[in-house]
Design a protein around this ligand. Structure first.
Ligand SMILES: Nc1ncnc2c1ncn2[C@@H]1O[C@H](COP(=O)(O)OP(=O)(O)OP(=O)(O)O)[C@@H](O)[C@H]1O
Ligand SMILES: [Mg+2]
Length: 236
């Protein structure tokens, strides 16, 4: 642990493909994110937002540059250490929810703990706590088909929270939701960030980005601009 930023990207590049087909998706991304921040990542389609999220989530590796997490250089870790880092510190929320269909909300939320080999009683308890955090404990025995889109996304967030991550990574978490449901998810993410979890979210909607404390704008594989202190927090 260090006193520096939780996450640091320095000169991160990412090239997909080789030779004539090579495409440089990231051209030297510099970014520092403080622990506990609520960050909205914005920018045009193809500007490198998801590529950056995948690197931050240890789902992909950069071509060059330095990525530090808690001051530790991530590329210096072995593949196994990186996957440990991912399981121990990171939680993921996707646009499409990715819930198992014929499985209750509670069982969906338990899943990451099942992979960890935790005993049933402990899994159940943690999953109930996590569902409670997103206000869905009464819906624990419902399957995704019996839940609204907003509720399904809450279950997905509860699943991401069940391992007690330091960082929640959400790539367009409201992409499939209407405005009202999206705002509810933003309020939830905002509350979570106030409890100390660092939230990194990609969004195309200014209205949603306003809930964040920091807005990072991408353009053509680079960070174009970082704005601090978004409006919503001041007025709510
Ligand atoms: N696996 C891959 N192979 C080749 N090119 C890729 C790959 N992944 C991404 N790219 C390219 O890299 C660029 C950045 O993609 P990325 O998914 O990061 O964009 P984005 O900002 O998330 O866009 P969107 O808003 O549409 O989700 C795009 O031009 C994309 O085509
Ligand atoms: Mg994307």
């Amino acid at each position: 642990m260090t006193d520096g930023p939780l996450i640091e990207l320095e000169g991160i590049t990412k090239t997909f493909g080789t030779g004539a087909a090579a495409f440089q998706a990231l051209k030297g991304v510099d970014l520092a994110i403080q622990g506990g921040d609520f960050v909205a990542i914005m920018g045009p389609s193809g500007s490198g937002k998801s590529t950056t999220m995948n690197i931050l989530g240890c789902l992909d590796t950069p071509t060059s540059g330095t990525f530090r997490f808690h001051g530790v250089e991530v590329q210096a870790l072995t593949r196994d250490q990186r996957s440990l880092l991912r399981r121990r510190y990171l939680g993921f929320v996707f646009q499409g929810f990715n819930l198992l269909a014929r499985t209750t909300a509670l069982e969906n939320v338990e899943l990451p703990l099942l992979y960890r080999g935790e005993p049933k009683a402990a899994r159940r308890k943690a999953a109930e706590r996590s569902l409670d955090k997103v206000g869905l404990l009464p819906w624990a025995s419902h399957t995704p088909a019996e839940l609204s889109g907003g509720q399904q996304q809450r279950v997905a967030i509860a699943r991401a929270l069940v391992t007690d991550p330091d960082v929640l990574l959400a790539d367009e978490p409201t992409g499939n939701l209407d405005t009202e449901r999206s705002i509810e998810i933003m309020e939830l993410l905002s509350d979570l960030s106030r409890t100390g979890i660092t939230v990194l979210m990609v969004t195309h909607e200014e209205e949603m980005a306003e809930f964040a404390r920091t807005i990072v704008r991408f353009r053509d594989g680079l960070v174009e601009n970082v704005e601090q202190g978004a409006l919503r927090e001041v007025i709510t």
